[in-house]
Design a protein. Structure first.
Length: 186
């Protein structure tokens, strides 16, 4: 097996939780059909620790809760904290998600049409979605009062990891008989 340190580094990097030496041994055994000693793993871990101790890296290998995990260095806590604050602002309530789904599937759509589908006022949800730049105003409808038309924004695509609204699941694929009201003949 070539360069055990790189294999272990990749294993720790890919894991969402700390990886214990026992887990490293088991994965290496199952992958390469070779037994690694605890000493060999510790030596590889030491090599990885030394590599990331260099100031050229923003991350370090940490021994946590009996296992190993990559974490950012304390020097970068402020920027990481700002990212967490930014992301926490992006969380959506159930009402906002429902409103966003209606807009995504029916765009361009007016607030009144959204409220008719949801059965409740959508002022707050629409305002929050506009603030988060997940939806945008796409003009005015050619009806009485010329209400605003809403559609999804470019950030919506990034937020949900899609290229266009054509990538959204088709409604027929996610609706089941139990979710339907009435009969299909109605």
């Amino acid at each position: 097996m070539e360069n055990i340190a790189l294999q272990i580094e990749a294993l720790i990097f890919a894991s969402e939780q700390s990886v214990e030496i026992f887990d490293i041994k088991q994965v290496i055994r199952e992958t390469f059909h070779e037994e690694l000693s605890t000493e060999a793993i510790n030596a590889a871990l030491h090599t990885i620790e030394q590599k990331y101790a260099d100031d050229a890296f923003a991350i370090q290998l940490c021994h946590i809760n009996g296992g190993y995990q990559f974490l950012t260095k304390k020097t970068y806590n402020s920027v990481i904290n700002q990212l967490q604050v930014h992301r926490s602002k992006k969380k959506l309530s159930q009402a906002a998600l429902e409103t966003l789904a209606i807009i995504a599937y029916r765009q361009p759509i007016t607030k009144l049409e959204i409220e008719q589908i949801r059965g409740v006022s959508c002022d707050y949800s629409i305002q929050k979605l506009l603030e988060k730049d997940l939806i945008q105003i796409n003009g005015k409808a050619e009806t009485i009062g010329k209400p605003l038309l809403y559609g999804t924004s470019r950030l919506f695509m990034d937020y949900f990891g899609i290229n266009s609204t054509a990538d959204l699941p088709k409604l027929k694929d996610i609706l089941t008989e139990e979710q339907s009201i009435g009969t299909s003949a109605e």
